[in-house]
Every structure is written in C-alpha cells, then in structure tokens.
Unconditional design. Structure first.
Length: 98
C-alpha cells in the first residue's frame, strides 16, 4: 500500500510539472502571436524603426553579457527571435506589394 501511495505521489508531481510546462508554452505562444499581429498592423517605416531598435537592444545585451552584467541571458535569444520575426513580416509585406 505504501508503495502504491508513493507511486501516486510521484505521478502527481510529474503531471504537475507537465501541466506547468504546457501552460507556460501556451502563454508564450499567445504572446508571440499577439506580437506578430501587432507587427503586421504596422507600416513599413514603423517596422524599420522596430528593427533598428531591436538590433540596438541586441547589441546592448551582448555587451552586457560580455562584461558579466547581464542577469537574464535568455533575453538575448528572445530579441534574436523578435528580429527574425520583424524581418519576416517586412519580407511578407514586400512580396505582397509586388
């Protein structure tokens, strides 16, 4: 009986971890979709400004990382992906205009 109870306890914790991971992933995807929708609503000039700002932020983050002043290193990856998203939307708009 104790063995069965211990297995249920372990199983419960595994399910909780899985639920948290899936919930976080869903929230992240919702934020990403909202961000891309916002990008698509912007004009080409606004997208160019957004791209420049993102590249400046990436430069500053890399500089902080090199000098060991950066606490959240995951932000570098996030900004890189945002730059790629901006460039993708710019390309899509250019192709749609042709």
């Amino acid at each position: 009986q104790k063995k069965h109870c211990a297995l249920q306890h372990i199983s419960f914790h595994v399910n909780v971890k899985l639920f948290r991971k899936q919930t976080w992933k869903a929230v992240y995807q919702m934020k990403t979709k909202k961000y891309v929708e916002d990008l698509r609503a912007k004009s080409a000039a606004e997208l160019a400004q957004e791209l420049v700002a993102a590249k400046k932020e990436l430069f500053n983050l890399r500089f902080q990382n090199a000098t060991n002043q950066l606490d959240n290193t995951a932000r570098i990856k996030e900004v890189r992906k945002n730059i790629a998203r901006i460039q993708t939307v710019i390309t899509q708009k250019e192709k749609a205009a042709q």
